[in-house]
Design a protein. Structure first.
Lengths: 340, 238
């Protein structure tokens, strides 16, 4: 409406109520995040019903703040974007219903966005030189995907987790060693004081698929190790357990990514998702990519965890391709990458 | 005044547009499609039918609860999005009062019941005095047997039952109720946005609209996780 394409983006797939205004797919005019982490900490994880209730209480405040901080109004917005999956269905529905009503009342086009695609697109915000094709690794509490980004909004999935997501394993192990929720940052901090070579946890391979991941075996190995230690009266250093577990996760993620880069002859790698805020993964991947002669892109931590700016970026490329959603847009909790 | 009214609290999805005393359009569906897929397309359709100028809307009325948690949030988020974009307030209509308004002017005790699962119903008790809806009992969740006992004790000349709880508990009610009672017919037995809108107008005139950002559904119940945590906490204290 001002020579630019400004998109109002809404993200409520889990426990963050997030709204952003993004210009031309690359410039973040505002990025407001209301996090509910404290509310869920006492339950040891995200409680879907509580998350949904909080989203509906906060959503208008967050939308308004995003518009105000961008110095924008709905009149100047070109389209309204919203995450419609994957995620918690009740949580997604709040954002979807809100976005549809805003778009309808303001007579703007509506664009439903895939949350995983959003994570990948977070890289465009700070890396203007990054352009498809490149290799993407999306690791978060709910997702572990190794993909080739063939073009904007076009993906080939090489591998994914066959059981737990990487972030899920962090949460479960953190609970087992008494660090609590959320597990990712707590294990990251504890591991800094520990020896990653102290315990050799297994690196799970998935039979017949070099790119798929499996983390439930690793999680079980940690639990077994702790049980055994308790039975024989030993007290392992939890920092060592955290560091060794983290190393096992990071090694597998790096190995698969670098293998894919070599086999598919791709020289640019982009990390994305909440777990890519993990310092050991960032370091490990930087080293592995460097050794393989690849260039690595990683978003700032604020764009790794759930946010709406990444949804606005992804929406921009969908918008350019002519994608528009109908008023019957529904939440799709199990939405897969590349599906519509 | 022009109002958009929404009700997605139960099985029914219903939208209406009212202008003063006139119901310009209403669309009500009681079918298994999710409200997320139906509510806004329905609003879009009726708005087109009457060439609604969106900027002329003065307020958005919504059945604010109780009801299905997810259904309530779809209605509430829709109302909040409309309120935000149009810069208009929300009128929160208690779901059961909205249902009671289906029976405007009826002679007798009005007893809407909604299936609340866990062997309970959501219910409030109402009566019309002239054109005024009087709330005798605020909406709550209670067991059907408990409600029947209450109704029997009130010794009313007649009780009119309505709501989606009737389909679930009619046999039980017939067995338990000793007072004369009847059931509302299909045209007024379930949620209708026109009733929500008509009652909302009286609330609006009493100054009861709220800024859209402040609206949240009335659940009448904690989440399961909160209930379980409270139960555990209670056990610890003993």
């Amino acid at each position: 409406m001002n020579g630019h394409t400004d998109i109002l983006a809404i993200e409520t797939s889990c426990d963050e109520t997030a709204v952003a205004v993004v210009r031309d797919g690359r410039e973040v005019l505002s990025n407001i995040i209301y996090t509910q982490i404290k509310l869920h900490t006492v339950y040891g994880g995200v409680v879907p019903e509580i998350a949904s209730r909080k989203h509906i209480e906060k959503i208008n405040y967050v939308v308004q703040k995003a518009l105000d901080e961008a110095g924008s109004s709905l009149d100047e917005i070109d389209a309204v974007a919203v995450t419609y999956g994957p995620g918690l269905v009740g949580a997604l529905l709040v954002g979807v219903a809100e976005a549809k009503a805003i778009a309808w009342a303001a007579q703007k086009p509506l664009i439903g966005v895939n949350h995983i695609e959003g994570h990948i697109c977070a890289n465009y915000i700070e890396h203007p030189s990054l352009k498809p094709p490149y290799l993407g690794l999306v690791v978060s509490g709910g997702h572990t995907h190794l993909i080739i980004v063939k073009d904007y909004a076009e993906f080939e999935i090489l591998g994914r987790t066959v059981d737990d997501a990487a972030g899920e394993a962090f949460d479960k192990v953190a609970r087992a060693i008494g660090l609590g929720y959320p597990g990712g940052p707590k294990i990251d901090a504890a591991a800094k004081e520990g020896d990653p070579g102290a315990i050799a946890f297994p690196k799970a391979k998935v039979n017949g698929s070099a790119y798929d991941f499996s983390f439930s075996g690793l999680k079980s190995a940690v639990l077994n190790y702790l049980n055994h230690a308790r039975m024989v009266g030993e007290k392992p250093r939890m920092e060592d357990v955290a560091a060794s577990f983290q190393k096992a996760v990071v090694d597998v993620l790096c190995e698969h990514t670098v293998l894919a880069a070599k086999e598919r002859q791709i020289s640019e790698i982009a990390l994305a998702g909440g777990v890519s805020a993990n310092s050991a993964l960032r370091e490990g991947m930087r080293r592995a990519a460097g050794e393989a002669g690849c260039r690595l892109f990683v978003p700032s931590p604020v764009y790794c965890t759930d946010n709406a700016a990444m949804i606005g970026v992804a929406a921009y490329y969908e918008y350019q391709k002519g994608v528009r959603s109908g008023w019957d847009l529904n939440a799709v909790p199990g939405l897969r990458l590349g599906e519509r | 005044m022009k109002l958009i009214a929404l009700d997605s609290s139960g099985l029914v999805a219903s939208v209406a547009i009212l202008e003063d005393d006139i119901l310009r359009a209403e669309y009500t569906v009681d079918y298994k499609k999710t409200h997320s897929q139906t509510l806004l397309p329905m609003l879009d359709e009726i708005s087109g039918m009457i060439s609604l100028e969106r900027s002329e809307i003065d307020a958005v009325a919504v059945a604010a609860g109780p009801g299905s948690f997810t259904g309530l949030r779809i209605g509430s988020a829709t109302a909040k999005g409309l309120g935000l974009a149009l810069g208009k307030p929300i009128i929160e209509v208690p779901t059961l009062a909205g249902l009671a308004y289906n029976l405007f002017g009826a002679d007798g005790l009005i007893c809407p019941i909604m299936d609340a699962r866990r062997e309970q119903v959501y219910n409030g008790l109402y009566r019309f005095e002239g054109s005024q809806l009087i709330t005798l009992q605020d909406q709550r969740a209670l067991a059907v047997a408990e409600l029947a006992e209450e109704l029997n004790a009130m010794q009313e000349d007649r009780v009119i039952l309505l709501g989606d709880g009737v389909a679930v508990y009619r046999e039980l009610l017939d067995r338990l109720l000793t007072v004369p009672h009847l059931y509302a017919p299909a045209n007024c037995s379930r949620q209708r946005a026109a009733s929500v809108g008509a009652y909302a107008r009286t609330l609006y005139e009493q100054g009861k609209a709220v800024p859209a950002e402040r609206h949240a559904p009335i659940y009448l119940r904690l989440s399961q996780a909160e209930r379980e945590r409270a139960a555990k906490g209670g056990a610890h204290e003993q």
